[in-house]
Structures are given as structure tokens and as C-alpha cells.
Ligand binder design. Structure first.
Ligand code: MG
Ligand code: MG
Length: 273
């Protein structure tokens, strides 16, 4: 088992700053999400904002094997689950677009993702976004010292599967700190009471990736874009959290984003009825 780094109070301060910057970057992106804008436009907004605040984009230049990620944001539309590459195609009314952003500020990483509605979206997509968002909050509530990673995983899984959504197995959350991806892995499926023990000072990204249909995914020839095999939509929300003695601290925030766009609304069927 790989070693989990426990953060000092000083480390936590630095991670709060990185988390705050990534949160504000996504809010800046939010102000530009509308039909007709390209994901490349959004990427430029994000990169400029990150650099203007004394940080570096964390994903740009990130390597997996021979593949090098070329952008500041991962932009993932509809059936793309994660790791979509920004391009010059205009986004369209009715799509859902996940912007995932990573920064490195003073040697510490920030990482957060939010699924946006482009204009008006269907109740079906709105329901998917709301379930994914709520499952993240459910998972966070189990990030308690003395618990296990499986407590978080099972909370996310049960929330989504109870509502009939698919839980992607091939991609997981992760520890974060002086590296973008640290131990432990934080799957979105699992059993309570199982997995690595949660301790004061652990910092991690919890990031449910949830589908309307089956949870199976495949990777495009570009070696990055991961999409659902059945072509149905996926949503993805990601927070950075710290496990502290008094309970979880959410280091990132969607508060700035939600001053710009409404949070995914609950129970669309009831709201429309
Ligand atoms: Mg991310
Ligand atoms: Mg992440």
C-alpha cells in the first residue's frame, strides 16, 4: 500500500489557497459558459486567470505514458465523462459541460470540477447533475477521522444507484497535496468499513463520475477523452477536502460559481408538476 501523506497546519494553509484559486477559476469560467462559446475560449479564460494569480495550470503538460495533456481545463461534454480536450467547436444549448481545473500554487495542488448546463437543459440531464452533486455532498459527510475510504465510496454509490444512475468504476478520486495525485485512491463505489483508514491531516479529492446509462467507458484515439460506451451523458463534480478531527473541511467551494449559475436543481419532476 502506498504511503498517505498527512498534512501539517502549514500544508493545509497552502492547500486552502490552491483550492480557493481553483474555485475562483471555475467561477470565472462560469461567467463565459453560454451557447456559441468554444471550449478553447473557456480554456484561455482559465489559463489567464490562473497565471494572473501567480499559479501554474496543473493539467497542461501532464503526462500519462507518451500522452501529454495540452490544456488548462478538461472540458467534457455530454457523453464525455472526463479528460475532454478543449477545441474550437461552439458549445450548444441543451448540452452539459464539465470543466475540470487543476492549479499548482506555491508547490501545492488544487483540483476541482463542475458540470454546467449550457442554456436550458432537459429534466433528464438536470436530474443527473443534481444526483451527482448530491452524491458528492453525501460522500463528503463520511470523510471523518476514524472512518474508512469505503464509507465515502459507498455513500456516493448508494446515492446514485438508488436513483438508477450508473457509477463509473474505471476512474477514482485521489489524495492531493504536493502532488496532483497521491494515495489513497477514492473510488465512487465500495463498502462501508472497508479500505484505508481516514486520519486527521489527510487531504483528498472526492469526484463522483455518474452516468445516465451504463457505467462503462472507453478512451478515444486522442488518448485522453473518456466517454461512455453507450453514448449517454455523464456528470462530474469534484471537491478537495481535508479530514480533520472536528469533521471534514471542504477546501474548494462552489459558492463563487453559484453566484454566476444556479446550483443543479432538485427533483425536476416535482418542480415541473
Ligand atoms: Mg479534477
Ligand atoms: Mg481530481
Amino acid at each position: 500500500m502506498s504511503l498517505i501523506s498527512l498534512k501539517s497546519d502549514r500544508d493545509l494553509e497552502a492547500l486552502r489557497a490552491a483550492a480557493d484559486l481553483v474555485s475562483r477559476t471555475l467561477a470565472e469560467v462560469a461567467t463565459h459558459v453560454r451557447p456559441g462559446v468554444t471550449t478553447m475560449d473557456l480554456d484561455r479564460v482559465a489559463e489567464t486567470f490562473v497565471r494572473d494569480h501567480g499559479a501554474e495550470p496543473a493539467f497542461k503538460g501532464y503526462k500519462v505514458g507518451r500522452a501529454v495533456f495540452p490544456a488548462t481545463l478538461c472540458t467534457s461534454i455530454n457523453d464525455v465523462v472526463v479528460h475532454g480536450i478543449p477545441d474550437d467547436a461552439p458549445i450548444e444549448e441543451g448540452q452539459i459541460l464539465t470543466a475540470d481545473c487543476g492549479v499548482v500554487l506555491d508547490g501545492f495542488y488544487g483540483d476541482s470540477a463542475y458540470t454546467f448546463a449550457v442554456g436550458e437543459i432537459s429534466d433528464e440531464l438536470a436530474g443527473l447533475c443534481a444526483a451527482t452533486y448530491d452524491s458528492l455532498l453525501a460522500g463528503i459527510s463520511f470523510a471523518v477521522a476514524g472512518g474508512r475510504v469505503g464509507d465515502i465510496s459507498s455513500a456516493v454509490q448508494q446515492h446514485c444507484e438508488r436513483l438508477g444512475y450508473g457509477v463509473v468504476r474505471d476512474l477514482v478520486g485521489h489524495g492531493i497535496g504536493r502532488s496532483l495525485h497521491e494515495a489513497p485512491q477514492v473510488p465512487n463505489f465500495g463498502r462501508r468499513g472497508v479500505g484505508r483508514k481516514l486520519k486527521h491531516g489527510m487531504t483528498m479529492c472526492i469526484e463522483p463520475m455518474i452516468t445516465l446509462g451504463a457505467p462503462d467507458v472507453s478512451t478515444d484515439d486522442d488518448m485522453w477523452t473518456i466517454r461512455t460506451v453507450d453514448g449517454r451523458a455523464a456528470a462530474h463534480y469534484e471537491h478537495m477536502i481535508a479530514v480533520l478531527k472536528g469533521g471534514p473541511e471542504v477546501l474548494t467551494t462552489f459558492e463563487h460559481i453559484e453566484k454566476v449559475v444556479p446550483a443543479p436543481y432538485r427533483q425536476p419532476a416535482e418542480q415541473n408538476g
